[in-house]
Design a protein around this ligand. Sequence first.
Ligand SMILES: NC(=O)c1ccc[n+]([C@@H]2O[C@H](COP(=O)([O-])OP(=O)(O)OC[C@H]3O[C@@H](n4cnc5c(N)ncnc54)[C@H](OP(=O)(O)O)[C@@H]3O)[C@@H](O)[C@H]2O)c1
Length: 304
Amino acid sequence: MKAIVIGGSGQIGGWLLRHLADRGHEAVGTYATVPFPGLHPLRASDREDAAAWLRRQHPQVVFYPAGFTWVDGCERDPATARASNLEEPLNLARVTADLGGRFVYFSTDYVFRGDDGPDSEESPPDPPNVYGLAKLDAERAIAGELGDRALIARTSWVYGPERQGKNFAYQVIRRLVSGEPVMVPSDQRSSPSYGPDVALAAIRLVEEGHAGLVHLAGPEVLSRPEFAGAIAEGFGLDPGPIASKPTAELGQGAPRPLQGGLLTPRLDRILPGLMRPVSLSIDDFLRRLNLGEAWNDPRVGPTA
Ligand SMILES: NC(=O)c1ccc[n+]([C@@H]2O[C@H](COP(=O)([O-])OP(=O)(O)OC[C@H]3O[C@@H](n4cnc5c(N)ncnc54)[C@H](OP(=O)(O)O)[C@@H]3O)[C@@H](O)[C@H]2O)c1
């Protein structure tokens, strides 16, 4: 199939492009502000230009792991949060549908209030912040307009090798390697999800013709201190500098789900065992680093 990955310079987008190529698909990725070789420059906020470029590409499937993903920034700038996470993907979803293609929108467990998670696809959403509300509205608008041409893939706490080296695992490893303290929320729980597996699951669902809402998340629910500790242990680092405080004392700009995380009953039926637990994912992360397949090594500092 011919695929477009809007946000190919990002964490999930990088893995989508790599898996698509490995699986014999034709794929073109885009970047907005961080260029990498082979990626096409595209800002979804330039709506007419972005739509015209997409029409020229004539894809069979568009993956959209993009948007304004800084949760505290969204709280401060709701207009940009809604434009970037709702209006811009909806614009390109409409173009994709006009072309007869399928559209994969990546969403989040932050659509849930997180009072009693983990939540399944059947749980009623109730976003606690601007980011989560924009993502939920986008889910509904895209699914409402595209029907069975849309796949809505919710994920949570994505980590693993990535080009830009920004995710939580990179932050923890870099700080521990350089002897700095690591402060994490003591009372936030969610499902750590290994980026390469999230991307592979999305591609396999598309290959097999699935549509609708699906949760793509790892099989465990951990607290932030447990997750940070597992990363330290997996990398052979002393977890001693990892400290924690309640969310209420951290001054984060946006409210967070505390009892969060995603149950994955649909994925477990379709692709059982695809999402690996943290221990196996960290083994894979290290293996890829040692083979030079991970783009960016957190043990040696930011290199991109
Ligand atoms: N990471 C997580 O823990 C997590 C959890 C739940 C849900 N999600 C969802 O999963 C998706 C992917 O997450 P991620 O961690 O891979 O994100 P990421 O690493 O922050 O990547 C975001 C991508 O979007 C691109 N982008 C930003 N603004 C754009 C615009 N206006 N037009 C076109 N492209 C734009 C970025 O390009 P440049 O970098 O080149 O500017 C980048 O390629 C997001 O939709 C996010 O909401 C992520």
